[in-house]
Design a protein around this ligand. Structure first.
Ligand code: ZN
Length: 139
């Protein structure tokens, strides 16, 4: 059993910017030399999330619209009053989606579905550079 820690760094535009990070995770997995195990994909920050979707423009837009409907950016939240950075909606969306994902791999391949990509979603109200911590555990 071996543990390998690594990072992906991704630049975003904020405002529900949805980035496909699947290739990045695959490349890092190859570099580990591990065959079987799992990787935790964890975004460091309270205004971003990690999940999977079918990464195609229609669904990317659908997901963004759903999040806008669930947690509108047009109203104000208690966080905005207390902190003044006007991104209460970003924190709430991040809490809904969650910051991490575990993906199993076997025979050096991530066991994702054919139409399933790993995505980073940046909910913040400005452009950001995100560090995504990757922890591979396997052998
Ligand atoms: Zn904030």
């Amino acid at each position: 059993m071996k543990i390998v820690n690594d990072y992906l760094t991704v630049s975003t535009r904020g405002f529900n910017d949805i980035k496909d990070i699947t290739e990045g995770v695959k490349e890092k997995l190859q570099a580990t030399g591990l065959k079987d195990g799992q990787v935790t994909v964890f975004v460091q920050g309270s205004t971003a999330g990690v999940t999977t979707i079918e990464y195609e423009p229609g669904l990317v837009k659908d997901l963004s619209e759903l999040l806008e409907k669930l947690v509108p950016s047009s109203r104000s939240y208690y966080h905005d009053e207390r902190w003044g950075d006007a991104n209460g909606f970003s924190h709430l969306r991040a809490a809904l989606i969650g910051p991490s994902l575990v993906v199993p791999f076997a025979e050096k391949k991530l066991r994702l579905g054919v139409w399933q990509q790993i995505v980073l979603i940046d909910f913040d109200n400005r452009a950001r550079t995100r560090n995504i911590f990757l922890q591979f555990i396997g052998e």
